[in-house]
Write a new protein. Structure first.
Length: 527
């Protein structure tokens, strides 16, 4: 690791320009050397990709907590850890799906004809009518609603994966950039709100050459899939518990007559965004999925800098510290460790640096500053959802959340900002600090990442109506690949973004009043 740190330090000369500028504003400048040390530990090969859960993730948690302790930051509710429990799901037997049409039954073969999704529940369904609901989307801002003309209460909804006009770059759904409405979790929640008791998913035949059930790659169905690939879930009150399966060509032909008939049916959606939802003649004779579960304890890491004035309110600076673990090398000696240096050892490093800067500041902010590092982000924001659902501090007293996720790659002058539609006032504060801190060297701020918004931890806070900022430098060729290595992280950019984040957080924490919040259409489907 010493060799890695030494190699990184060679690139630090450019940082002297940033550190020499008058950017303190009561906050000490950030040490690039310490940034290299944190990154060198978190993204080293010995951390084996910090999968949730894993011994290496726990090692990272201890490292972060010890850093907070060494700074003298306060624990929250007596602890530097926010504990929560996940469930690891196993697909078991019996798992059955039998369709019926005109008095004739069609038993489906597990794996060949249908595969349950990891989102599936365990409720049994028998003798239920089926209804086709297009893409399963209600998007009021686009005046599009697959559920407008049908009643799905007590029925099984059959929907297409994805969203309309996915190959049309001029589409109101953004064409090849899927919107929030294409998310499976959005479709499941909407179907449940409409009263459905189960879902059958088919790939879009207009964009898929061969309809094949994929669902989730359960190790019980695919022996080459490692056991640690089993899905993790977190039980939430009110979450849909009905069966959700992915089916292939055999079901499409049985239900719609043929795949070509299905294509013809949905053509008006593709050409004119006209919903074609309708009741189907086929029914579900029986559908039930057997899932066994095991408890998995996991931890977020947290600390707090107490305020002098508004001690009942707080601002969160956060980042996820997990990544996706290791793969299986295709040949001996091949790299199989997903180091996750940018995703998200970079953001985690930013939070650790932010904590040290605030501790050494001349004056405490008016509001508490809470530093949180989330686990389980890569598994579906599990850590941040657990944090806001069972918060160690009253969530309504959170004045803002600033999230750093992947802050070390791509062009040094560009920075993507998320959350701008939900609190323009917070975005203005960030823009002012960008100008004040860096002048002519300020970031070019881009506000074009709405399609990424629900994929990082600030979304969990925004769904609780808390103003947020999402700092993000964009995807790259090494995203979720073994090439996301330490030496590719641009430390100049990491330090500069962290500097912007902490000054914006300080300014937010010192406001007299609370910032407003504006919900966005579709937010209610993301929780």
């Amino acid at each position: 690791m010493n060799y890695i740190i030494l190699s990184i330090l060679i690139a630090f000369n450019a940082l002297n320009v940033i550190q020499a500028q008058d950017i303190t504003h009561n906050l000490p400048s950030i040490s690039a050397q310490k940034a290299a040390q944190h990154l060198g530990f978190l993204a080293s090969d010995s951390m084996r990709g910090r999968n949730t859960p894993s011994p290496e993730l726990e090692k990272a948690a201890e490292y972060i907590a010890n850093h907070y302790k060494s700074l003298g930051l306060s624990p929250i509710q007596g602890s530097y850890f926010h504990n929560y429990t996940l469930e690891r799901l196993h697909l078991d037997t019996p798992t059955v799906c039998i369709l019926e049409k005109n008095g004739t039954q069609l038993p489906l073969a597990l794996k060949d004809d249908f595969i349950p999704f990891e989102y599936s529940g365990k409720q049994k369904v028998q003798n239920a009518h089926m209804v086709f609901a297009g893409y399963g989307i209600t998007a009021s801002e686009f005046s599009y609603d697959d559920y407008a003309s049908i009643d799905v209460k007590g029925k099984i909804v059959v929907i297409l994966r994805g969203e309309p006009q996915s190959n049309n770059e001029k589409s109101i759904f953004d064409g090849k950039k899927n919107t929030k409405y294409s998310r499976m979790t959005s479709k499941i929640r909407l179907a449940a709100q409409k009263g459905a008791i189960g879902m059958i998913i088919i790939n879009d035949p207009l964009t898929t050459l061969r309809l094949k059930p994929i669902g989730f790659p359960w190790p019980s169905l695919y022996p080459n899939i490692p056991a640690d690939a089993l899905p993790l879930s977190r039980k939430r009150q009110g979450s849909p518990d009905f069966p959700i399966i992915h089916v292939g060509e055999k079901v499409a032909e049985y239900v719609f007559g043929s795949v070509d008939s299905l294509k013809s049916l949905i053509n008006p959606i593709e050409t004119s965004l006209i919903p074609v939802s309708k009741d189907l003649s086929a029914t579900v004779n029986s559908l039930y999925i057997t899932l066994t579960t095991e408890k998995v304890p996991v931890r977020n890491v947290m600390s707090m800098l107490p305020a002098d004035e508004k001690t009942d309110e707080y601002v969160v600076i956060g980042a996820h510290y997990d990544h996706i673990g290791t793969g299986k090398p295709s040949k001996p000696g091949e790299d199989s460790i997903y180091n996750g240096a940018d995703d998200n050892a970079s953001g985690t490093t930013g939070v650790l640096l932010a904590a040290e800067s605030f501790v050494n500041a001349k004056h405490k902010p008016k509001r508490n500053i809470v530093f949180v590092n989330f686990s389980g982000e890569e598994k579906g924001l599990l850590g941040s959802k657990a944090f806001v659902d069972n918060p160690p501090l009253p969530i309504q007293q959170c004045a803002a959340m600033l999230n750093m996720d992947m802050i070390g790659r791509n062009d040094v002058s560009s920075l993507f900002i998320g959350g701008n539609t939900r609190c323009k006032e917070l975005i203005t504060l960030n823009e002012e600090e960008n100008e004040r801190l860096f002048g002519q060297d300020k970031f070019t701020l881009e506000y074009t990442i709405e399609n990424f918004f629900y994929r990082s931890d600030q979304a969990s806070f925004a769904l609780k109506k808390i103003p947020v900022i999402f700092y993000f430098t964009g995807e790259h060729d090494d995203y979720h690949k073994v090439g996301d290595e330490i030496e590719k992280v641009n430390l100049e950019k990491l330090v500069k973004i962290t500097t912007l984040c902490i000054h914006t957080a300080q300014k937010t924490a010192n406001l007299e009043g609370r910032l407003p919040f504006t919900s966005m259409p579709g937010d209610e489907l993301q929780e």
